[in-house]
Design a protein around this ligand. Structure first.
Ligand code: PAF
Length: 282
């Protein structure tokens, strides 16, 4: 498995694979890889001949008071995990390689509607940063397919829409959330939790499964359900950012007629912001 840091090297290697008629799968990441990322790489390896994993902590998607500087950078460990998972090539560029003129002068990709609300409301500019870097990665790698985790449900919806709207010829594949045994969704940010917080964290998934069960049993008082979920999270020691019950396609507030619903949650545990989601068919 090779690691390259420049776009020039990336393009030279990929050109040769393409000339050999190989298909290319892309797994965009910010590194600090865990089993969730490994599952994305395995999925890409099932569907494409060559798997490129990008590792880039994208400054454009972090807000001013967020964890850009402290976000864990663990390239050597990541390379070991990727090699074992069947990855072919790692693309680990610097910020200067991706944004040579700086963030302020960079052309940006804005995805209306699905970017608004939920994490888009709590983290202004976040999805603009994600959409921009993912579009650039698509242009740099020109993959046949790209795999993203369903844990970032809104992000996946944003990426599906930008791919459709900008007519980018890449197949977007969503991969199921990988969880710890107690239900906590695997996330690079789980490493920020102290022992006490880690013991509380599974309440997020427990709350999702409890609300999903009530929806399946016929409850449709969405606002009450969301209020109760926020209370449960708060009583357990979390600070809920939002708990929203939405139409799975539009991500707009659920209505009585909707059959496919998704519960979206974000909550702070200490200074760590956890997100998760669960989809329900009624
Ligand atoms: O999900 C992530 O790790 C990031 O948002 C992504 C898609 C790699 C873009 O920086």
């Amino acid at each position: 498995m090779r690691t390259v840091h420049s776009l020039k090297e990336l393009r030279t290697i990929l050109r040769s694979y393409r000339q050999q008629g190989k298909t290319i799968g892309l797994v965009p990441t910010m590194g600090n890889l865990h089993e969730g990322h490994v599952s994305l790489v395995r999925k890409a390896a099932e569907a494409a001949d060559i798997v490129v994993t990008s590792i880039f902590v994208n400054p454009m998607q972090f807000g001013a008071n967020e964890d850009l500087d402290t976000y864990p950078r663990t390239l050597a460990d990541d390379q070991d995990k990727l090699a074992a998972a069947g990855n072919t090539l790692v693309f680990a560029p610097s910020a200067d390689e991706i944004y040579p003129e700086g963030l302020a002068r960079q052309t940006k990709v804005v995805v209306p509607e699905v970017s608004e609300g939920h994490c888009g409301a709590s983290r202004p500019g976040h999805f603009e940063g994600v959409a921009t870097v993912v579009t650039m990665l698509f242009n740099m790698v020109q993959p046949d397919l790209a795999v993203f985790g369903e844990k970032d449900f809104q992000q996946l919806a944003v990426i599906r829409k930008l791919t459709r709207d900008l007519m980018i010829p890449v197949e977007i594949i969503g991969a199921p959330t990988v969880r710890e045994e107690d239900g906590l969704a695997k996330s690079s940010r789980n490493g920020y939790l102290n022992e006490e917080e880690r013991a509380i964290a599974p309440v997020v998934y427990q709350t999702l499964t409890s609300v999903a069960a009530q929806l399946e049993q016929g409850r449709s008082d969405f606002d009450d359900l969301a209020r109760e979920a926020n209370d449960t999270l708060a009583k357990a020691g979390l600070r809920p950012d939002y708990f929203n019950i939405v139409n799975s396609q539009t991500l707009k507030p659920a209505s009585e007629a909707d059959r496919e619903l998704t519960l979206l949650v974000a909550a702070f545990l200490g200074t760590t912001r956890l997100i998760d989601n669960l989809s329900v068919t009624r």
